[in-house]
Design a protein around this ligand. Sequence first.
Ligand SMILES: [Mg+2]
Length: 229
Amino acid sequence: MPPLHLIFDLDDTLYAERDYAIGGFRAAAAWAQSTLGATVSVDRMLGLLDEGQLGQLFATVLCEAKPDHSDDDVKNFVRAYGQHEPRLQLFADAADALTHWQSRAKLGLITDGHAATQHAKIRALDLAPRFRHIIATGALGPDRAYHKPHPRAFELMQTSLGQAGVGFVYVGDNLSKDFVAPNALGWKSIWIDRPSHRAQRIHKHTTAPDGGEPHITVHDLRELTKVLG
Ligand SMILES: [Mg+2]
C-alpha cells in the first residue's frame, strides 16, 4: 500500500468554530466597554452569527451600541475579536482519529484565515506536535489570495510530504470550497458532517460547486478507519 497522507481542515472539522466565535465576541465586547464605554451584547452577536450574518456582524452591533463610532473603532473592535487567546477543545471523535492516525499516516493541516489567528487556535488545541506540516493559507499572500479553493496550499503540502497526488486525502466540512482543489489534484476527499453539530456550524448554508463534491461522507471521524481501510 502507498503511504497515506491524511490532511485535515481545522475550523468545524477538528473543533467547533462557534466556540472560537463566543470567546472572540466576549473579548470584542470587553474592548468596546473599556475603550468606547459601549455595551455590546454577546448574545446579540451570537444571534446574528447563528442567522449566518457573519460579514456585517461587527459593524451592525457597534452601530447599535454606539451610533457615533468611527471606522477605526470598527477595525479595533474586529481586531479584539481576532487577537484574543482562545480556549478550545477538539471534538471527541477528532481527538480519537488524530491519535489513531498519528502513527499510521503522515498528518497535515490546511486552514484558511489570518495566519496569526489560525496559529492561536492551533496553540490552544496543542496541534503542532501531531502534524508533520501545517499551512495557514493567509500566510501565503495578502487579501485571501490563496484561500481555498485556490490549489496553492494543496500543491505545497504535496511537495512537503510526498509524491504528487499519491495517497493524499483531504478531510473538511465546507462544501463550498474544501474539495475543489484536492479533487483536481487527484486526492481523495472526505466530508465530515456531524449530525449533532449541523445546526451550529459556521458555514452551514453551503453547497458544492461543480467538481467540488466530496467523494465520501462520514458522520464521525472515527469512521475514517473504515473508509480508509
Ligand atoms: Mg472548516
